[in-house]
Design a protein around this ligand. Sequence first.
Ligand SMILES: Cc1cc2nc3c(=O)[nH]c(=O)nc-3n(C[C@H](O)[C@H](O)[C@H](O)COP(=O)(O)OP(=O)(O)OC[C@H]3O[C@@H](n4cnc5c(N)ncnc54)[C@H](O)[C@@H]3O)c2cc1C
Length: 446
Amino acid sequence: MLTTLYWFTQDLRLDDNPALTRAAQSDALLCVYCVNRRWFNPHRYHISAMGTHRWHFLQQSLEALSTALAALNQHLYIEYGYPEQQLISLIARHKIKRLVCSRQFGSDERKVLRFLAERFPALEIEEVDSATLFDKQQLPMASSDLLKGFTPFRQQAELLSVPPPAQTPMSLPRPVLRSVPAPTLPTWIPGSYRRPDASQSRFSIAAIGGGEPAGKQHLHEYFSGTLPSSYKDVRNELDGWTSSSKLSPWLNHGCLSPRRVTQVLQQYEKTHGQNESTRWLFFELLWREYFQWLALAQGDRLYALKGLADKPQHGCLHPERYQKWCHGNTPWPLVNACMRQLKETGYLSNRGRQIAASCFINELAMDWRYGAAWFEHQLIDYDVASNWGNWQYIAGVGVDPRGGRHFDIEKQTALYDADRAYINRWAPDAPELALDSVDAADWPIA
Ligand SMILES: Cc1cc2nc3c(=O)[nH]c(=O)nc-3n(C[C@H](O)[C@H](O)[C@H](O)COP(=O)(O)OP(=O)(O)OC[C@H]3O[C@@H](n4cnc5c(N)ncnc54)[C@H](O)[C@@H]3O)c2cc1C
């Protein structure tokens, strides 16, 4: 009799989940999700990886998944602690011979799998591609060629066909555990992570909430009008629910699969016609795809100060500048509005992310990794590959052949917030403090 442990990670759904389909080829199934204690502890950048916005979204996604599994007579077993220890204990206790999960792209997540392989040499571990458009063996180029940049990847990837999404399973093997206790939150999850009242939210992601049904509903709504046909014209706007798809939180928690999104996009194109905007939406999904495979190929170099380009950098941290940037108290009203929107909602437009990151790297002249870590903490749609990959890109240490990006903040304000509606919405009373309270010219000479 084959008992499989299915380790849910960034694939919190039943629809188009080929990893779960593989796992279901088994006599009994143990479905597990591990809430990692390390997410809540301050790490080397002095903050925790998990902020409240993403935590609430994750909890909602887990509740929805639990409900969906229960409808198929399965249980979601949520473990709190250190994933490698939790998985070791479950594998040993239930004499598990096979572990299946979606392919992991972050190097920390991959370390857990390596650890399990060493601990249980006879354990069969299967990683299945369910978070990307393509399977690994479909990739058009060798991993080392990904360093040549996005354009060669895109040109090749556009010639491939995205595999059709798989249907939601009608049944699953019997559960290993007859019942699971209702999860109680451990005390190491701080009280400040209590759930806010989503109805009070000024932003709709929190109001819609996490989970597969919410993600499907949002996907349906975005494609039910004509918004995708004008996506490219509005995608650079700083604010507004309809200026981009807002699919990222559901994509990155795995409540939606990129293949399902692509299929819905292709159906939309059949009905409404393909145009520059619909093509651009797919182009952005290819950016996401590219960053996943790049992260997998490059491992820990994704977090290195010198980046994938191995380019020498100064690695300073000015604590005062850092605080002012994080909380939106810099001398630049546009940056303040971006940072306050991010802190309040967990979301920031792509243009806002670029401006805020460029300011951190160029005006504040700090080690880009502290900025990336703040985004990791705040973003509801945080994705290890897209976040660290985009930060490297702007810092000029990534794969961009043109070097880094320096956005002229005045020019960006004139272009994207000429009437200051965005600034007035998110940071109407930000103090516009000087960057440093100590003027270097006044520094006493010993
Ligand atoms: C400094 C910085 C940090 C970022 N961190 C993240 C992150 O942690 N998670 C994340 O998903 N995106 C990140 N992005 C990329 C991008 O800003 C978001 O994907 C996008 O704003 C999400 O909103 P949307 O779903 O409405 O995107 P849309 O514009 O509607 O795009 C559709 C989808 O394409 C993908 N996509 C779009 N732009 C990019 C991009 N530049 N890189 C990778 N994928 C992209 C996303 O999956 C997105 O949902 C970052 C960008 C920058 C500049």
